[in-house]
Design a protein around this ligand. Structure first.
Ligand code: HMG
Ligand code: MG
Length: 301
């Protein structure tokens, strides 16, 4: 089995993990979470989202979060931006890079960002133009890459088309979101194979929610196809407010445990990461948070 020697992890816990929390999470806790994740060695942290506070109230403190963090040299601090208004806010608050987000399903696009897929791509044009002028890197997300909570299975060709369009528009990487965690190694592999015909595999990332416990299996299937970038959420926190029933991303602890076991380099300190997962689970009163009670000491070598 030939696997990539190194994997880049994009930690999305502070954004994807906390955007769905039923209770308000204090800004100071979000800031401490980001600082701890940076100290644990996560190279890229998606810190927050500059979206409408009416749509996602949990992200209303985005500017305070981004301006409040301690910046660790070498760490990239990213933010989610649905439009130019969000992009301008993210840049003013000091985001190093931004992410735009589209969907492979029309129904999800409408529910999530209140417009069609085509309209969303139009909205991204000025974001990409401003980002290019400021030399800010833009990452693209595609949601519902294998299935949609409203309309069911999604054709790999539809996902590949949106992924290819985002890449052609200037996204340096396209993250493939199994928003509702419905994918299995079979469907995820078919989807990646279709996308890799439009976008080089080293420009694709996996963003797998763990609703059905398939996320780690899907990561392994993706590694086998040469994918070397994965999004993950500490303690498996999260879900999407516009994807009913969806649970969090693959837990970063599980991802690092898998990659350590495969001798794939990540730069992440698993003990420090696990301590952070236990801490955030307590801090937001999720004593049974996905990974709170486990030690992650690693396999004997
Ligand atoms: P809209 O209502 O159609 O927007 O929402 P609008 O342009 O008509 O503006 C309406 C109001 O929103 C105006 O304010 C704007 O100023 C304000 P008003 O004049 O009424 O007071 N507004 C904003 N405020 C702050 N920041 C902004 C912004 N834009 C407009 N950037 C919009 C359209 C896209 C804004 C809205 O639908 C929205 O914010 N959606 C975000 C939904 C979201 O964050 N979902 C979760 C993240 S995506 C996800 O989790 C999936 C992912 O993880 C991958 C996966 O798992 O699949 C990435
Ligand atoms: Mg997500």
């Amino acid at each position: 089995m030939k696997l990539p020697p190194r994997v880049r992890i994009v930690e999305v816990g502070p954004r994807d993990g906390l955007q769905n929390e039923p209770r308000e999470v204090p800004t100071s806790i979000k800031i401490e979470l980001i600082d701890r994740l940076a100290d644990a060695g996560l190279p890229v942290i998606e810190t927050t989202a500059f979206v409408s506070p009416r749509w996602v109230p949990q992200m209303a403190d985005a500017p305070a979060v981004l301006t409040g963090i301690r910046r660790r040299p070498g760490t990239t601090y990213a933010a989610l931006t649905p439009n130019l208004q969000g992009f301008d806010g993210a840049i003013a608050a000091g985001a190093d890079e931004v992410a735009i987000f589209a969907a492979a399903s029309e129904a999800f696009s409408q529910k999530n960002i209140n417009c069609s897929i085509r309209e969303s791509l139009k909205r991204f044009e000025p974001v990409l133009a401003s980002a290019s002028a400021l030399e800010i890197r833009v990452r693209g997300y595609v949601s519902c890459v294998v299935g949609c909570p409203y309309t069911g299975a999604v054709d790999p060709a539809a996902t590949a088309e949106i992924a290819g369009t985002l890449y052609d528009m200037g996204c340096y990487e396209v993250s493939l979101g199994d928003t509702i965690g419905i994918g299995t190694p079979a469907s995820v592999s078919r989807m990646i194979e279709a996308c890799a015909r439009r976008v080089p595999i080293d420009r694709l990332a996996g963003h797998y929610h763990d609703t059905n416990g398939m996320a780690v299996a899907n990561v392994l299937a993706s590694l086998q196809l040469g994918m070397a970038c994965f999004d993950a959420s500490v303690a498996g926190l999260g879900g999407c407010p516009y994807a009913p029933g969806a649970s969090g991303n693959v837990a970063t602890e599980d991802l690092v445990f898998l990659l350590d076991g495969l001798d794939i380099e990540t730069g992440v300190d698993l003990a420090e990461l696990a301590a952070t997962g236990a801490w955030i689970s307590r801090a937001i009163d999720r004593p049974n948070g996905a990974r709170a009670g486990r030690s992650f000491r690693g396999e004997p070598r």
